[in-house]
Design a protein around this ligand. Sequence first.
Ligand SMILES: *Cc1c(COP(=O)(O)O)cnc(C)c1O
Length: 338
Amino acid sequence: MRTIDFRSDTVTRPTQAMREAMIEAEVGDDVYGDDPTVNNLQDYVANLLGFESALFTCSGTQANLVALMAHCERGDEYIVGQQAHTYRYEGGGAAALGSIQPQPIEFEPDGTLNLDTVEAKIKPDDFHFAKTRLLCLENTQNGRALPMEYLENARRLARKHELALHLDGARVFNAAIACKVNVSEITHYFDSVSVCLSKGLGAPVGSVLCGKKEFIDTARRWRKVTGGGMRQAGILAAAGLCALNNNVSRLADDHENAWFLANGLKKVTPLDVQFEESQTNMVFVTIPKDDVKPLNKKLKKKNITITPGRQLRLVTHLDITREDIETTIHAFKQFYKK
Ligand SMILES: *Cc1c(COP(=O)(O)O)cnc(C)c1O
C-alpha cells in the first residue's frame, strides 16, 4: 500500500516518463564538458533564469557551497539567516571547507532579513575584521515566498556596499508561482542562484547553479575539488530536464493542496495552524505535547508519514493528491474526536 508522505517534497519518485528519458539520454564525459544532456540542462536553466552560464551539481548543498567558495575567499564573511539552509543545514560547509565566516542574523516572520540589521553587520574595511563579501537570501524561506519589493531593496543594499548577492533558490519556482511572476523576475536581482531539481520538481538528483560565465568557471573548479565532477551525468540531467518541462506549472497544485490542508486542519481543535498568504507548499501545525506520539501512531496506521514533533511541517508535492489531503484531514479529525 502506498504511503502519503508529508516529510518533504524530496520524497517523490521518478515517473515512468522520467525513467524513460533517463534511459534514452545522450551522454558523454561531463568532466571533459562532453555530455550533451548536461550541457542542454545547463543552457536551459541559465536561459530560463536569465544568466550567462550554469553548472549542474550533485545537490543543493554542493551548489550553495561552490557558490560561496566562488564568491568569497579565505577569511571573508557572508551574511545569512540564522535558520537558513546554507548556515544551519549544510554541516557548516562554508566555514569547514571554504574558510568563510558566516554572520547569521534572525529571520523576520516573513522570511526576510531586516536590511537595516544586515547593513549594521557589514564590517568596515579594517584588518581587525573579516571582509564582508556576500549576502545570502533564501526563497522560498520555510515555504514562504519573499515579497518582490524586498528583493529590489536587498539588491540596492548589496550594490551600495559592493556585496555579492546569492539566492538559495532551492524552491524558487514555488516562489515564482506564488508571486505570479516569471522566475527570472525573481532571479535577475541576484549575482548567483541555486535551484533544486530534486524538491517539488520531482527529479531524483541534482541542482543547478547560475551566474556569470567567469563565476561559473570558478564554481566548476570548486565542484571538482569537492568531488562533484561527474562523468556520464546526462542520465541524471535528463531527469532534471524532464522535471523542468513537466512539473513547473503544476507546483500550483501543491500550493492549492497545502491551502486546502491548512483550512481543513484549522477546523480541528486544538490544532494551531500557521499558514500565511505567502505560504507555498508547506503547512506548519503546532500540536499539544502529549499528542506527539499517539498522533504519529494513528497517522502511521493510515499510511500517513510525518516527521513527529510538537511543530509539524507538512509538505505537499507531486506524489500527494487532493484525495490524500482529504484522507489526512479525516485522520486528524478522527484522532481529535476521541
Ligand atoms: C533542500 C534545500 C537545499 C539543498 O539541499 P540538498 O538536499 O543538498 O539538495 C538548499 N536550500 C534549501 C532551502 C533547501 O530546502
